[in-house]
Each structure stands twice: as C-alpha cells, then as structure tokens.
Design a protein around this ligand. Structure first.
Ligand SMILES: [Zn+2]
Length: 88
C-alpha cells in the first residue's frame, strides 16, 4: 500500500495574531517571518505581484531569506510599550 505524503501547508498568522498555521517543517525563514507577524509586523510586499515594498527590499517581511531592518526592530520595541532612547 502506498504511503500518503502529507501535504505541506504554508504557514501563516491571522490578523488577530492569536491564530494561524505553523507546521513543524516550516523553514527557518518562514518561522522568522511569521514570528514577525506575531510581534506586529505587516507583510512588506505587494500581494498582487509579490514585489517588495520599495523601502523593504531584502526585508524579512518581504523577501525569502531577508533580514529585519531598523524600522522593524523599532516597531517591535514600540509595540512592547517599553520606553527606549534610540539616541537619535
Ligand atoms: Zn506574511
């Protein structure tokens, strides 16, 4: 009898940030991207053509393998409610 191959589901976090799907076989980048959503970061690409927003090329929230930028970090810290002096 042939074994059924489980369908790999794309991970996602719903807008409510308390529900979604996060399969165990999620890649490191996908997990990091979804964690960004859990911390309040939006997708930073065009949903129609998947091109990154101009200020977020190679960003974790727009591009596979991308990294967070300073704006992402500040947004996460600000959302935490902590008062931070960025020194600028
Ligand atoms: Zn996303």
């Amino acid at each position: 009898m042939p074994q059924r191959v489980p369908k790999i589901q794309h991970p996602f976090v719903n807008i409510d940030r308390i529900s979604g799907v996060w399969p165990a076989n999620t890649t490191d980048w996908q997990a990091t991207h979804e964690a960004g959503h859990l911390m309040g970061l939006p997708d930073r690409y065009n949903y129609n053509n998947f091109k990154p927003d101009p200020n977020f090329v190679n960003n974790i929230m727009s591009t596979y393998g991308g990294s967070p930028n300073e704006q992402d970090i500040r947004q996460i810290i600000n959302a935490s409610g902590n008062d931070v002096d960025y020194g600028d």
